[in-house]
Ligand binder design. Sequence first.
Ligand code: BG6
Length: 258
Amino acid sequence: TIMDRLLGVRSKEKQLSQVLGIDHCLIVAGDSANLPKVLSDMGKLVNETLDIILPRGENVIAVMGGTTMAEVADSLTSKLAEQRHLIFVPARGGLGEAVNIQANAVCARMAAHTGGEHRVLYIPEHVSEQTYKPLLAEPAVKEVLQLVDKSSAVVHSIGGAIPMAKRRNMSAETIAMLQQKQAVGEAFGYFFNQMGEVIYKIPRIGLQLHDLERISSVIAVAGGSDKAAAIKAYAQLAPQQTWLITDEGAANLILKGV
Ligand code: BG6
């Protein structure tokens, strides 16, 4: 029956939270690696979760980029902005993503779908550190960074280390180093191994991994059998209060012990 199935899913969610050592896991049916519709189900669940955990009033929500986040953006609804003033801000300066999946673009889409506001971080994705540093003194950049500092919610995804390094056009040397050190996952521009040890970090401003500890609502949304190892590894770095929104494709593999 549906009830049995629901109870089955619920107990799997509990088990997954225990295995990963984080407070909440929610699992949607299917494997987003094979079926794109599963990703939008995860997006709907993010919308419902935010509606439950965000307090009334002003909420600054820091968001990351990526294809998962772009999908999540399209699943958010105006229900979220009822009794809330939402401001979406990019969590970290450019990480080398294509324009349509950059955090700036995701913020704009989230604002459009909910009826909230958004801010843009005017920092190019691919620049040297010499070019990048002075930009941080610009008032328009500073203002957004101050908002990021005030954020009370973060929504981000998790990726596989090598696919993310390649997508971001990182140098052949860096990719070889990540392979040699057995990086399995990436989140926020941090690359880590299966023990959750950070191996490399893209030097960018904005939210840092340790900042997550003080943020009350943290949602990590990542699924697909191809991301199971990355999710499991990231859980060791994730703050306790994290809500992981995932799918059976990833959850079943993690529970089997990838
Ligand atoms: C982003 C994260 O939200 O999603 C990255 O900041 C992560 O760290 C990426 O790797 C995953 O991208 P995708 O396209 O697989 O959703």
